[in-house]
Write a protein that binds this ligand. Structure first.
Ligand code: NAD
Length: 289
C-alpha cells in the first residue's frame, strides 16, 4: 500500500513546535524572531511564495517584513537594500526571492547576503559549511526533504538514492545531504546530460525528482516499492478551479503513486516543508544572535 509523506500535516506540527518556543521566549520578555523577504517585480508564483512565507511567519509569532521592489530596480539598488538588511540589528534573517529580473546578476546578489542572515542557505559560505558537515543554514528545500524522510522514519542507510536535477538550490545540496553521515545513502545524481536515465531511476530505492518538467517521471521509470519525493511545482490552467489553475509536480502521480511505498503529494508535499525550514533557520539565526 502506498503511504503519503504528508508535508502539509508535518509542517503544521513543526510550526506548532516553533510557535510554542516563540511564545515562551516572548513571555519571558524577549523580542520575537524577525524574518524579512525581498521581492523584485511581480511574478505571480514568486508573489504567492512570499505571501505564504509571510503568513507562516505570522502563524508562528515571528515578526515579518516584505521589501517589494519594482521590476525596473537596478542591481545597485538591490545590493544597497541587501546591505541595509545585513546591518539592520532588528532583522535575524532574510531571503531574496528568486528568480530575479534578467538584468540583475543573481549570484552577485546571493554573494552579498551576510552568511549569518542567509536563512535560505544559498551563500557560498553556507554551502561550503554544509559540504564540510559544519553547522550552517541548510538550503530550505533540501532541508525540508531531509526533515520529511527523518520524521516519517524512512530507512535511508545504504539505500540507493537517485536525484534527478543538479541545481544549486535543490539537486546538488540534497544529493550531498543524503550521502552524508546520518542519511548514508548511496547517491546517483542525474542531470540533462545523463544517458539512460530510466535505467538509473529503476534502480532507485529513493527517487528525488527536481527536474522542473511537469509530470516527467512516469510509472515505467519507478521501481516497485520505491520512495518518491516530487519537488516540482507547476501551475497549469484549469477552468474548473476558482483561481483558474491547479498545481502539478515533476511526477505523473496517477501512474507512479500506486507503485510506491511512500510518495510526496503535489501540492502538500515538499512545498510546506520548504517554508518550515526557512522558519527553523530563522529561529536558529535569532538564537545565535
Ligand atoms: P532547475 O531548472 O534549476 O534544474 C533542473 C535540473 O534538471 C537541471 O539541473 C538539469 O540538469 C536537470 N535536467 C533537465 N533535463 C533533464 C533530463 N532530461 N534528465 C535528467 N535531468 C535533467 O530547477 P530547480 O530550481 O532545481 O527546481 C526543480 C523543480 O522544483 C521546479 O519545478 C521548481 O519549481 C521546483 N521547486 C520546488 C520547491 C519547493 O519548495 N517544493 C523549491 C524549489 C524548486
Amino acid at each position: 500500500m502506498t503511504e503519503l509523506l504528508d508535508g502539509k500535516a508535518l509542517a503544521l506540527q513543526i510550526k506548532d513546535e516553533i510557535a510554542n518556543e516563540v511564545r515562551q521566549m516572548t513571555q519571558e520578555g524577549h523580542r520575537a524572531p524577525h524574518l524579512a523577504a525581498v521581492i523584485v517585480g511581480s511574478d505571480g508564483a514568486s508573489m504567492t511564495y512570499v505571501a505564504n512565507k509571510e503568513k507562516s511567519s505570522h502563524e508562528v509569532g515571528f515578526t515579518s517584513s516584505v521589501y517589494r521592489m519594482a521590476e525596473s530596480t537596478t542591481e545597485k539598488q538591490l545590493l544597497e537594500t541587501i546591505d541595509f538588511l545585513n546591518n539592520d540589528p532588528d532583522i535575524d534573517g532574510f531571503i531574496v526571492q528568486l528568480p530575479l529580473p534578467k538584468h540583475i546578476d543573481e549570484q552577485k546578489v546571493i554573494n552579498a547576503i551576510s552568511a549569518e542572515k542567509d536563512v535560505d542557505g544559498f551563500t557560498p559560505v553556507n554551502i561550503g559549511r554544509m559540504v564540510l558537515g559544519e553547522d550552517c543554514f541548510t538550503p530550505a528545500t533540501p532541508m525540508g526533504i531531509c526533515t520529511l524522510l527523518k520524521r516519517y522514519g524512512i530507512e535511508t542507510a545504504g539505500k540507493h538514492c537517485v536525484v534527478i536535477g543538479r541545481s544549486n538550490i535543490v539537486g546538488t545540496p540534497v544529493a550531498n545531504l543524503l550521502s552524508r553521515k546520518g542519511f548514508d545513502c548511496t547517491v546517483t545524481m542525474c542531470h540533462s546530460k545523463t544517458q539512460n536515465l530510466k535505467e538509473l531511476t529503476l534502480q532507485a530505492d529513493i527517487l528525488v525528482v527536481a527536474i522542473g518538467k511537469p509530470e516527467f517521471v512516469t510509472g515505467d521509470m519507478v521501481k516497485p516499492g520505491a520512495v518518491v519525493v516530487d519537488v516540482g511545482i507547476h501551475r497549469v490552467e484549469d477552468a474548473t478551479k476558482k483561481n483558474g489553475y491547479r498545481v502539478i509536480g515533476d511526477v505523473k502521480h496517477s501512474e507512479v503513486d500506486p507503485k510506491c511505498s511512500w510518495v510526496t503529494p503535489v501540492p502538500g508535499g515538499v512545498g510546506p516543508l520548504t517554508i518550515v525550514s526557512l522558519l527553523q533557520n530563522t529561529l536558529k539565526a535569532y538564537k545565535r544572535r
